[in-house]
Design a protein around this ligand. Structure first.
Ligand code: FO1
Length: 322
């Protein structure tokens, strides 16, 4: 199986994949658009969130960063008036950023770094970045300081996505190449899943790397997505603020239609066949939504515990017909 994944929601879903398909060969293509350089350290939030969640190091309370974490270094930096205060730089997490930074500086690729970090965490899946080239998600906003682009993390964490995003841009994507193994993982999969990650800054960021979208559309494997929106609101995070930025309504139906159908269905009007999906799994409250050319089924989508998540994974695999 191959899955595209962002951060917290995607990682939680992958826990269900790990439990449901213990002996399957699973490749996760991780989003690196959230990556940020702080204090000259290379930080990859979504890769770390997947690695920690599947490797048993994640903070259960926060969904990101490490369990038993402390923030002493951040506090000391603040004493010097050095920010940013809005980014939760954890002391244990710092070691991950230090290892990544020094390996990149030594000439290793982000894929090599990720494989090395996973040697410790043993997530039980193969985690590869969407690209070894630098891609950063920036957000165009207008406020008293004028119209400008800020890093996604600043918009997400300092502004809590409360200032409208006029545009969300994957800086560097046009020149980025899929990381080694990404295209093969999509072409050779028996099934491809799009977890309930943020459709814009996580799934959308991965799809912004030239070649990945086409590989998804051309794979012989069935492609099934799981809605991140239940009953008109995002389960977690602020996907609604991101969807608003691209003019997509915050609903399971609108996101399904945003992803679109991979094959023209017999549905009238004939479905756009330039989309991604064969199947779209929505919550029971959204049962009955339609996505032309895409088979839609409903199942409770709240990942309230591991059993619930495993049941969602099974429903997605059933929809995929595998
Ligand atoms: N999310 C937060 O809501 N607050 C934080 O302070 C924060 C810090 C952080 C540090 C390392 C890391 O790997 C993830 C972190 N996240 C934090 C999550 C991060 O912002 C993710 O990019 C978003 O949750 C979107 O996936």
């Amino acid at each position: 199986m191959t899955a595209l994944a962002g951060g917290i929601g995607g990682a939680r879903f992958l826990r269900g994949v790990q439990a449901a398909l213990a002996d399957a060969d699973v490749t996760v293509v991780g989003n690196t658009g959230d990556d940020i350089i702080l204090h000259r350290l290379n930080i990859s939030p979504d890769l770390d969130t997947v690695m920690y969640t599947l490797g048993g190091g994640i903070s259960a309370e926060r969904g990101w960063g490490r369990e038993d974490e402390t923030f002493t270094v951040r506090a000391e930096l603040a004493e010097y008036g050095v920010g940013p205060a809005w980014f939760g730089l954890g002391d244990r997490d710092l070691a991950t950023h230090l290892v990544r930074t020094q390996m990149l500086a030594a000439g290793f690729s982000l894929s090599d770094v990720t494989a090395a970090l996973c040697q410790r965490w043993r997530p039980g899946i193969r985690l590869i970045p969407m690209s070894d080239d630098r891609v950063e998600t920036h957000v165009v906003i207008s406020d008293e300081a004028g119209r400008r682009a800020i890093h996604f993390q600043e918009w997400w964490l300092r502004l809590r996505a409360e200032v409208p995003a006029e545009a969300i841009v994957s800086v560097g994507a046009a020149d980025a190449k899929p990381a080694p193994g990404v295209l093969d993982a999509l072409a050779e999969a028996d099934v491809v899943l799009l977890p309930p990650s943020n459709p814009v800054v996580s799934i959308g960021s991965i799809l912004s790397v030239p070649g990945i979208r086409d590989a998804l559309r051309e794979t012989a494997a069935p492609v099934v997505g799981v809605s991140p929106i239940i009953g008109g609101s995002p389960v977690r995070g602020m996907a609604d603020a991101c969807l608003r930025a691209i003019g997509v309504e915050t609903s399971a139906e609108a996101v399904g239609r945003h992803y679109g159908a991979r094959r023209a269905g017999e549905g009238a009007p004939p479905a756009r066949a330039d989309g991604l999906l064969d199947g779209w799994l929505v919550d029971t409250v959204d049962a009955g939504v339609t996505v032309p050319g895409v088979r839609v089924t409903a199942h409770p989508l709240l990942m309230s515990d591991l059993d619930a998540t495993v049941a969602i994974v099974r429903a997605a695999l059933e929809l995929a017909g595998v």
